[in-house]
Ligand binder design. Structure first.
Ligand code: ROI
Length: 169
């Protein structure tokens, strides 16, 4: 069965809860099984800095849905969360990005695979590496290799959520 990788992000209306609910909803998609979920990661916003920090995570699905069917399903889930998107690169209740679908390279007006943002985003690569550091991103390289290419700056403010609660002790 094809394997799909989903990036989740939220920075509005109880972001952690948004992601935990989204995991359950992903598990209930037709012709689909939820295989693995990463931890929740807190990250500084990419884009305007006058918005709350994000919570990010990655999920692995086995799915018989085709890429565009899966995209439709993800967009429906975003709507369920009454997705608010206030401005370009701004705050939002839930983003579900189709990062990768098997080893498919695909160009369509609605969908580019692999997701073009994967390579420079620590808030995608770190949760992805937790699940599959050896995963090969077509045309780009292994997740572990892509992480090696990032600078220290790229990692700043990206932390697993559990570690954060310790910092307050
Ligand atoms: N920044 C972070 N840290 N995490 C995201 O998921 C995210 N998503 C976005 C923008 C607004 C670009 N910035 C983000 O869509």
């Amino acid at each position: 069965m094809p394997i799909a990788w989903i990036g989740l992000g939220s920075n509005l209306e109880q972001p952690s809860q948004q992601l935990l609910t989204a995991f359950q909803e992903l598990a209930q998609l037709p012709q689909t099984q939820l295989r693995q979920t990463s931890r929740l990661w807190q990250s500084k916003p990419m884009g305007p800095q006058d918005q709350p920090d994000f919570i990010n995570a990655v999920a692995q699905l086995d799915t018989e849905l085709e890429p565009l069917q899966l995209l439709d399903a993800l967009q429906q889930l975003e709507q369920h969360h009454q997705r608010v998107k206030l401005r370009h690169w701004g705050e939002r209740t839930l983003d579900l990005d189709l990062l990768l679908y098997d080893q498919l390279e695909y160009q369509h007006p609605r969908l580019t695979l692999p997701h073009p943002g994967i390579t420079q985003r620590a808030f995608v690569l770190l949760p992805l590496a937790e699940l599959a550091a050896d995963l090969y991103i077509p045309g780009k390289g292994r997740v572990s290799h892509l992480l090696d290419q990032l600078t220290l700056d790229d990692f700043q403010g990206v932390l697993p959520l559990e570690a954060n609660s310790l910092s307050g002790l």
